[in-house]
Structure formats: structure tokens, C-alpha cells
Design a binder for this molecule. Structure first.
Ligand SMILES: O=C(O)CCC(=O)C(=O)O
Ligand SMILES: [Fe+2]
Length: 337
């Protein structure tokens, strides 16, 4: 983890945690958090559900096709990289869960039996992810000198939002022919405010692009560092924080790549993401932060994204400021086949 900082969220010194979060969020936009409150058992039990589901026959899985960003997306169906024009989806399969909180999700999502039976545990896990994301955002808010509650009041779990739990499966592929086959999830930024990414120990593959050198940096997949604690969780800053901060906080480009040699070992990779989004109606406007106002003018997100699809960086269309819900809809429309 040499290049990515590990920030301990259990520290009582929230101002210090906030400073570290700000430093990490405004440079690479990718870091680890430890001390989130998750135990390894909790995380493992979610992965186990995912393994059981993905092992089911295709005709069963495809009874829950992804619609409105919820449900099952099969091999080659989602292309996260909207810039490479390859018109071919990523070789991975995923299942997306919309909010379990009933008021945020009035039309209860149909789930296959393995997940349906685990609804209460999954709801609890999701609520915990949301709480961790909110804790992190509030700590970041102290470094940005925002009034307390600025982030929390935009991320209430009860309000309809794009917040999504996603379980991913990258089956081993032994017929890797060239570098293009090594990419298992294309380069992209995430669409919400912040993403928590759970990995399994030893199942690396995630890479983040340095906004300065454009180099791809490998993100390791470490195990638990202390008894009773889950392995450190990867956190990445996503589009909404970049919009709110005029690009000072970095929505980081990342991808999943398995070198051919690693693929030939025949091992599958599993990961799990919690995409924390603000409420759908929140607008893509600047946050009232003097710190941001002072820092603006450095390397902008727009510059970062030069040569890449500009449409996904728009905050205003036809003279109207977009909302978080509209941004999500625009990004989804570009990503599925
Ligand atoms: O599987 C991973 O490690 C990353 C997945 C990802 O970036 C995504 O689904 O947005
Ligand atoms: Fe992502």
C-alpha cells in the first residue's frame, strides 16, 4: 500500500482525520480506510452470498435483468469505459441492489432467493456502508470548513437516490490473447459522491490512474490488520464530489486489469462496491467552502479528462443545472448494451 494512504476512521481526532481525507481526496482521489467498524465476518458473509448467486445457472440469473441500475448484468453487458469506442462490454458479471430502505425504494426490488432470504442482513450491511460514507464525508467537511451536517443532509438514507450496493464477479479466463483481454473493467470514474470498495485478500486487480503522470497504479488487496477489523476498505472520490468542488476533489479514473499470467492461474476475483450517492434532486452546484474557493485553478477535472467523453462532465445542459439523479441517468445510458 506504499502509494495509497491508509486513514484510520476510528481515531477520535476528527479534525486530523478530515485533514488526511482532504489531502488524499485532492491528490489521487483513492485511499484506504481502516477502523470503519466492519468486521471481516460481516464482509465475508456478503461475499458468500455473491459467490452462491453467481454460481447459479444463467437462466436463473437472467430472470433479474438490470433495469434502472438494479439487478443482474451479464458478461459483456456493461462497458465502463465510454471512451474507447470498442462497443464491447466488460468481461465481468454484477448484481446491483437499490436502496433497501423502503421509503427510498417504494417499488421493492425483486431479488433471487439467495439474496431475498438475506434481505435483513443485506439491508443492515448497506445501512452500515451508508453510515461509514457519511462519517467520512462529515470528517472531510471539517477540513473543507463546511457547516456540520452539510454532507449528511444531502445523503439521507430515506430519500430516493442512486445509492447502490454492487457485487462483482470476474471469472478466470484462460484464453487471454492480448493486452485488451487483460482489461476486465474499463477505465471510468464513479457516478456518485464516494465509493467504498471491498476486496478479498490477495485478489488484486484494481488500478487507479495518477491525474499527474497518467500512470496506472496497482491497488493491493491486503488482509485484516487488527483482530476484529475487516481488511482496509478502498475509498474513491466520485463525480459528485468533483462537481461540488470544481474539480479540487478528484473523481479518480480506475479500472480492473489482470495480467495474462494471473488469469492463467484460473482464479476468479470477487469484489463489492457501495456507491454512495446524494439524494436524486441534489443539484450539481459548488459547495460553500472557502477552502475550495482558494484551491480552485489548479489542475482541473476538465483538464484531467481531456480527450475523454466531455458529455459526462457537464453540470449544465440547455442552461439548466443538472441534478445528481440526472447525472446518474446520463452515465448509465452510456454504459450498457
Ligand atoms: O471490481 C473492482 O475492484 C472495481 C469495480 C468498479 O470500479 C465499479 O464497479 O465501479
Ligand atoms: Fe468504479
Amino acid at each position: 500500500m506504499d502509494e495509497l494512504p491508509v486513514i484510520d476512521l476510528s481515531s477520535a481526532d476528527v479534525a486530523e482525520v478530515g485533514k488526511k481525507l482532504y489531502e488524499a481526496a485532492s491528490t489521487l482521489g483513492f485511499f484506504f480506510v481502516d477502523g470503519s467498524g466492519f468486521t471481516q465476518e460481516e464482509v465475508d458473509s456478503m461475499f458468500k452470498l455473491g459467490e452462491e448467486f453467481f454460481a447459479r445457472p444463467m437462466d436463473e440469473k437472467s430472470k433479474y435483468p438490470i433495469t434502472n441500475n438494479r439487478g443482474y448484468s451479464a458478461f459483456n453487458q456493461e462497458a465502463l469505459d465510454v471512451d474507447d469506442g470498442k462497443k464491447k462490454g466488460d468481461p465481468k458479471e454484477i448484481f446491483n441492489f437499490g436502496p433497501f430502505e423502503q421509503s427510498a425504494n417504494p417499488d421493492r426490488q425483486p431479488l433471487p432467493p439467495v439474496f431475498d432470504e438475506a434481505r435483513p442482513a443485506m439491508a443492515e450491511f448497506t445501512a452500515k456502508c451508508h453510515a461509514v460514507a457519511n462519517r467520512l464525508l462529515e470528517a472531510l467537511g471539517t477540513a473543507l470548513e463546511l457547516e456540520p451536517g452539510w454532507f449528511a443532509s444531502r445523503h439521507e438514507l430515506e430519500r430516493p437516490s442512486g445509492s447502490t450496493l454492487r457485487i462483482l464477479h470476474y471469472p478466470a479466463m484462460t484464453d487471454v490473447e492480448g493486452p485488451a483481454d487483460e482489461i476486465r473493467a474499463g477505465a471510468h470514474t464513479d457516478y456518485g459522491a464516494v465509493t467504498l470498495l471491498f476486496q478479498r485478500e490477495g485478489q488484486a486487480g484494481l488500478e487507479v490512474q495518477s491525474p499527474v503522470t497518467k500512470e496506472w497504479i496497482r491497488v493491493p488487496a491486503p488482509g485484516s490488520r487488527a483482530a476484529g477489523r475487516s481488511a482496509p476498505i478502498v475509498v474513491n472520490i466520485a463525480d459528485q464530489l468533483s462537481f461540488w468542488s470544481g474539480g479540487v476533489l478528484r473523481s479518480a479514473y480506475h479500472r480492473v486489469r489482470f495480467p495474462a499470467a494471473a488469469q492463467r492461474t484460473g482464479k476468479d476475483r470477487y469484489s463489492m462496491a457501495y456507491f454512495c450517492h446524494p439524494a436524486d434532486e441534489v443539484r450539481l452546484e459548488k459547495m460553500p467552502s472557502a477552502i475550495i474557493a482558494r484551491e480552485e485553478g489548479g489542475v482541473s477535472w476538465e483538464e484531467d479528462g481531456k480527450g475523454r467523453n466531455e458529455d459526462i462532465r457537464r453540470t449544465v445542459v440547455d442552461g439548466r443545472v443538472l441534478t445528481a439523479g440526472e447525472h446518474l441517468a446520463r452515465r448509465i445510458a452510456l454504459s450498457y448494451y
